[in-house]
Design a protein around this ligand. Structure first.
Ligand code: ATP
Ligand code: MG
Length: 139
């Protein structure tokens, strides 16, 4: 049903430092169902295209380099009002501004290395999931 799906990435810094398990536990405890999950290493082309909307921003090159610096965990998550509920769970982009108890407050080390990605609209959730999952992977 529309609005029930979001897309998330556990970013390279968090995977590298062994935080995938604790982050997944928080996602489960918050009531999200993991509808699809894989560990991958993004190609440069995937990362560039994924963050296309930020192409003109000064941090774009660094962001792409960071996102391809190691494996990431890509996930499709199911929950009522999934996009908004997940963005509440992860907190603000800048961990200094994130609410206590949010994933970014706990696991981010900087604005760039902010541990997780969460889609910002239903439309983008479907677009982003489509980068990494084919229909048959979703269950
Ligand atoms: P995400 O899209 O990863 O869920 P977001 O929607 O909170 O995060 P965006 O504005 O879409 O934030 O930025 C995408 C990503 O680009 C951020 O998660 C962060 O890793 C990086 N980023 C954003 N702003 C900056 C900045 N000022 N300096 C460095 N990196 C940044
Ligand atoms: Mg965003």
């Amino acid at each position: 049903m529309k609005g029930d799906i979001t897309f998330s990435i556990i970013k390279p810094n968090a995977v590298r430092t062994g935080k995938s398990g604790p982050i997944l536990a928080m996602i489960n405890e918050a009531g999200f169902e993991i509808a699809g999950m894989r560990m991958i290493k993004m190609t440069q082309e995937q990362a560039e295209s994924f963050y296309e909307v930020h192409r003109e921003r000064p941090f774009y090159r660094d962001l792409v380099d960071f996102m391809i610096s190691g494996p990431v965990v890509v996930m499709i998550l199911r929950h009522e009002n999934a996009v908004d509920e997940f963005r509440k769970l992860i907190g603000a982009t800048d961990p200094a501004k994130a609410e206590p108890g949010t994933i970014r407050k706990i696991f981010a080390v900087s604005v760039q290395m902010n541990a997780v990605h969460g889609s910002d609209s239903d439309e983008n959730a479907l677009r982003e999931a489509g980068f990494f999952f084919s229909e048959i992977d979703r269950f």
